[in-house]
Each structure stands twice: as C-alpha cells, then as structure tokens.
Ligand binder design. Sequence first.
Ligand code: NDP
Length: 249
Amino acid sequence: MGRLDGKVALITGAARGQGATEAELFAKEGAKVIITDLQEEGINELANKIKGNGGTVLALKQDVSSEEDWQKTVDEGIKAFGKIDILVNNAGILSFKTVTEISKAEFEKILSINTTGTFLGMKYVIPNMQENGGGSIVNISSLAGIYGVGGAAYNASKGAVRTLTKNAALTYGKESIRVNSVHPGTIDTPMLKDVLQTEESREHAASTGALPYIGQPIDVAYCVLFLASDEARFITGGEYLIDGGALTM
Ligand code: NDP
C-alpha cells in the first residue's frame, strides 16, 4: 500500500529539481498529483513520465507570485480531483546579492516568489482543507531561512517562510491542518548549477557539512513525503534541517 493512497497533492515549482522528484515520489506512493511551474514544457514532460509509470497527474502552468494564477490552479485542481489534501510550496528563486548590491525591484521579486508565493498557496488551499477536515502543508524554506549565509533577499524571503509556517500551524492546528517547514542545505539541482560546476566547488560544498557529500533531491523528497503523510499526524509547526549536518559545524 502507498503511503499517500487516497491523497491529492499540489506541488509548485515541479518542472525540475526537488519539486519534480517530490512529484514522482508522491505519485509512486499513491497520491494524485497536481504539478505546477512557470515552465510548461518541463511539467508536461514530467506528467507524461508519471502517467507512463501508472500515476495520476494534472500539469498546470502557474506563476506562484500571481494571485489570479493561484485562484485558477486551486479551482482546476479541485475540479479534476475533488479536493487538495497536501500542498508543497516548493517554487523558489535564488540570488546571492548583498544588501548594497541588490536593487529594490530584485529584492521585491525574490520576496514575491519565495514568500508571497508561499502565503498565497496557503491562502487559497486552506479553505478546501478546512472543508475536508484537515490537510498537510510543507513549505520549502532553506538553511538560509535560519542563518545568514545566502543573499540578502533570499535570506529574508526564506526566514519569513519559516515564521509564516509557525503562524499558520498555530492558526489552523485545531482544524487538523498541519504546517511544517523544510530547510535544505546544499542540494544538487539546476538552482545551484553555477555554484556546483567544478569538481573543486563540489568538494568544497561537501566539506561544509558533517557528512562527506552534498544532498540530492531525493534526500529532501523523503522528508517532505513523511511530513505530507499521515505518519506525521502529530507533527506541526516544526522545522526540518536536511543539510548533511552543516548547521552543527
Ligand atoms: P530549481 O531551480 O531546480 O527548481 C525550482 C523550480 O521553480 C524551477 O522549475 C523554476 O522555474 C520554478 N519557479 C521559479 N519561479 C517560479 C514562479 N514564479 N512560479 C512557479 N514556478 C517557479 O530549484 P530547487 O529544486 O533546488 O529548489 C526547490 C526549492 O528548494 C526552492 O524553494 C529553493 O529555494 C529551495 N532550496 C534549494 C536549495 C538547493 O541547494 N538547491 C537549498 C535550500 C533551499 P524557472 O526555471 O523558470 O526558474
């Protein structure tokens, strides 16, 4: 039996990287998955792969920073599958620029995707979870949501996701809606292709943790799967480091 049998899960930023891996894993574990991204080609390719493996999937183009897109996505998802039990707010963008380097427009763009996108996802999905008697939300923050390595806007946006998660967990807990944040360290995805380009840079990244290797998308996906599933029924408001022990150094 699948760990997500009978569940419907919406995963944003699913065209590649961690979101794509989570979508495949969730479908394998029995969930019907709604995959969204700006990149239509990427989600359509992934949808075909999931269908080819026997999964049930709906691919929708979505900009998570657009309120109109969220309304449309949630409406279409519920129309297709009847409900949404799980939301993974995964879409995100990265910038390493410092406070003095970054423009106001760039700063606000990063916040609008990483933070406002997460807020809007919860705003539009929670009413359906309330009607259904519960649900699980997993917000993808970062190690940069806890300490100051990253970039000014990225740190600010991911720190806000961490406390927004705790606010929602407190507010909706009595309705059996669980909300947790996940904080990956260095994960080998297209987001870090420039940073992890050379053997030397990969070795350096691996040396920043207690473990001798960098993380893969599946390492994050297994934690997200657990939090999304009923196995985590007594877990809410938590923050989960998946960083190879980097924060213990
Ligand atoms: P990727 O860049 O590989 O994937 C992110 C996906 O989100 C891309 O397909 C991207 O599309 C999409 N996306 C970007 N902006 C939007 C938007 N406005 N609306 C919808 N989709 C959008 O990154 P990862 O898989 O690594 O990242 C997943 C999450 O994990 C992010 O929130 C990231 O911040 C976080 N994270 C990543 C870490 C890492 O080391 N990789 C570490 C810590 C946290 P496009 O190609 O158009 O940008």
